[in-house]
Write a protein that binds this ligand. Structure first.
Ligand SMILES: [Mn+2]
Length: 361
């Protein structure tokens, strides 16, 4: 069970649910951020931002523009003005597509079926370093993508920083909540498509490894996560090989079936109980977890998904724990316009706000 959140105004320590302004700090000047005490952030008012323009983990162009449309919609301004964060890290989008095409030209043939393996490896290695640099300062690391291959960088960077920040703690390994229509846990060998955005979890957990020079050989133990601290939410399009991996490894997964049966509230209670209250949490949110009704502009939409409120609730519930140390939002693709980019961007903005502590009341 998640601990009952104790809302305080951050200055006088009242925990009875009422925000009582002190004489020195009238209520209107209180930043709404960090009403939840943060267990694993030494700089809870700062956000460490990484803006990743990259689409090389899959075939469709456009998801590299995801961070641009999210920031053009005012997301970062809202995080500072509405939620009271001090923004650190990127204020412009990094064009990793261009950087990797300059570096590798078209000289990046498949290895073990993986497409663009050198490009994705090099880009995720850089992202890992960037995110690590933010997370080691005790900031929450926020990354806007980009396709989901970038999570090889974000999760590994946060995992390394937390290990370093808590060297003596028993619980210095992060949990990952992976919200997605897909499990993204194919190994190169089980993948039909060869798209690496379907493989990040296998590399992060060590189910897949590579010693090939320049192809994920930078991933070390300090970057990896435990398969027993991984929780999926929203799954509904899982490949046969992935189902076998999930079953054989006893991986915790809440599919849409579980959400239909129990409701998102009970599912989040169970997910957070499984993780426990002493473990830092990284939330990796693929916008395709939402039903295409809410987020149509994404590369691999699957019907029968989360409502926007269910998605927001997941993010709110993670924020309420005070355990969140990293957030990704990925796979917004403004070039896939059939259902409307605006809806998808608005959904993405809402998800990030909720993950960073925004509340309805
Ligand atoms: Mn995904």
């Amino acid at each position: 069970m998640p601990s009952t959140s104790t809302y305080t105004n951050g200055t006088n320590g009242h925990t009875d649910g009422h925000v009582v302004p002190t004489k020195q700090a009238p209520q209107s000047s209180l930043p709404p951020t960090s009403s939840v005490p943060q267990k694993f952030l030494s700089n809870p008012k700062e956000l460490g931002i990484t803006l990743v323009g990259f689409s090389g983990g899959q075939a469709k162009p456009g998801t590299d523009a995801g961070p641009t449309v999210l920031t053009d919609a005012g997301l970062l301004t809202q995080l500072s003005d509405d939620l009271g964060y001090t923004l650190r890290g990127d204020d412009t989008v990094r064009d990793f597509n261009n950087l990797s095409s300059e570096r590798f030209k078209s000289n990046d043939p498949p290895v073990r079926g993986m497409k663009n393996p050198r490009s994705v490896s090099a880009v995720t290695e850089q992202i890992s370093e960037l995110v690590y640099t933010q997370a080691r300062e005790g900031r929450l690391a926020l990354t806007l993508g980009g396709d989901h291959s970038i999570a090889i960088g974000t999760v590994s960077g946060v995992a390394r920083a937390i290990r370093e920040r808590y060297p003596d703690r028993e619980h210095n390994k992060i949990a990952v909540i992976w919200v997605d229509a897909h499990a993204d846990i194919n190994t190169p060998e089980t993948s039909d498509s060869g798209n690496i955005h379907g493989m990040p979890v296998s590399f992060l957990t060590g189910l897949a490894t590579s010693n090939e020079p320049g192809i994920f050989d930078w991933l070390r133990d300090e970057h990896r996560i435990s398969i027993h601290k991984l929780v999926y939410i929203g799954l509904r399009d899982v490949d046969m090989g992935e189902k076998r991996i999930l079953r054989e490894n006893g991986i915790k997964a809440f599919s849409m079936h579980d959400i239909d049966r129990h409701g998102i509230g009970k599912v989040m209670d169970s997910a957070l109980e499984y993780i426990g209250s002493e473990t830092p949490i990284h939330l990796s949110f693929d916008v395709d977890a939402l039903d295409p009704m809410w987020a149509p502009s994404t590369g691999t939409p699957v019907r029968g998904g989360l409502t926007l409120r269910e998605g927001d609730f997941i993010c709110e519930a993670v924020a309420e724990t005070g355990q969140c140390v990293g957030v990704d939002l990925v796979e917004v693709n403004p070039q896939l316009v059939e259902g409307g980019v605006g809806d998808t961007v608005r959904a993405g903005v809402s998800l990030v706000r909720c993950a960073l502590g925004d509340t309805l009341l």
